[in-house]
Design a binder for this molecule. Structure first.
Ligand code: PMV
Length: 316
């Protein structure tokens, strides 16, 4: 490690459509949100995380990034606005920010594509299987679609792994208001991704549901490009039903989705599910926030159209 301190950050994201099915090469659509993961790194003695020497087995993303470069002396200070296990891409944002910081510190390639590829490899290694939707959205910011029709987005990079390939595209983001409802239940992504894989391998019906999520997502991409909130909302609610059939929702998520529907175009779980968060597309965010809070969820209105990674040497 060279001297000096690097500060980096990356945004969380919400998946509008296509989580889980995207792991099998289907399309997906995600937006970066105004909640960020920040980190500061500097040379140290041993690995110190927020001032404490920790076992990196408890922090597999950090472990993977440091091991790849045989870094054993580093101070990392983190600062996150994204609750872990919330379905809002905390681990992807951590990977994107830390990789950006380490690459800048070590004078490695810092272009978005290089960071996105490494962040994807990190997620894949930790989760056992992954798609690039979270990591690419966190790196690039704004709106990101995977495997979308050419008419909808501008391709920015391609990623292939495990027999699947994903073309990642930048998409224009119309002004839309989303409310997030966090259940307060932390759910790790890896086990849910494995659950869907096992279900798919053992049940033909699961493959049909995954195909159907792919179709709903393609229709949703077309709806967002027309700024058709009504249609997009209906497709989100339909996607939630399909994800429930796949077994990745839970009663707390269903309760918050149900409560939001009265004042929104549509609502669904976002991210891996099993807890974590749901989102609602709405023109009445305060009413949706109240409905979510009344059912025990933690609501917040998110701003989209935000930038991706940033990394710079700190002036101390
Ligand atoms: O819950 P999150 O933010 O980790 O989102 C996971 C999205 C999945 O499609 C379930 C997994 C993936 O790698 O795409």
């Amino acid at each position: 490690m060279r001297g000096r301190t690097v500060r980096a950050s990356a945004p969380g994201k919400l998946i509008v459509l296509g989580e889980h099915s995207v792991v099998f090469g289907k399309p997906a659509l995600a937006l970066a949100i105004d909640r960020r993961f920040g980190c500061e790194i500097s040379p140290g003695s041993g690995v110190l995380l927020n001032g404490v020497g920790v076992s990196l087995r408890l922090h597999p993303h950090i472990d993977s990034i440091l091991r790849r470069r045989e870094i054993s002396d580093i101070r990392i200070i983190t600062d996150s606005e994204i609750p872990s296990g919330s379905g809002l891409g905390s681990s992807a944002a951590l990977s994107a920010a830390l990789i950006s910081a380490v690459r800048l510190m070590m004078r490695e390639e810092c272009r978005e594509e290089a960071v996105a590829l490494e962040a994807f490899e990190t997620e894949y290694e930790v989760q056992g299987r992954a798609s690039p939707i979270d990591t690419s959205t966190s790196v690039h910011g704004g709106g990101v679609a995977v495997n979308c029709p050419e008419s909808i987005g501008t391709p920015i990079w391609n990623i292939s792994k495990g027999g699947n390939s994903w073309t990642v595209s930048d998409i224009p983001v119309p002004k839309m208001t989303f409310v997030v409802g966090y259940t307060g239940i932390k759910a790790a992504t890896g086990p849910l991704v494995q659950k869907v894989r096992k279900y798919k391998e053992s049940n033909r019906f699961a493959s049909d549901i995954i195909d159907e999520i792919g179709d709903v997502t393609l229709s949703g991409m077309s709806a967002i490009s027309r700024n058709d909130k009504q249609n997009l909302g209906e497709l989100m609610t339909r996607d939630h039903k399909l994800l429930s059939i796949l077994g990745v929702s839970c009663k707390e998520l269903n309760k918050l989705v149900d409560a939001s529907l009265e004042h929104s175009y549509g609502a669904k779980l976002t991210g891996s599910g099993g807890g974590g968060s749901m989102i609602a597309l709405t023109d009445e965010p305060e009413k949706v926030c109240r409905a979510i809070a009344l059912r025990g969820g933690e609501p917040f209105i998110v701003r989209t159209g935000v930038p991706g990674i940033s990394a710079e040497f700190a002036e101390l």
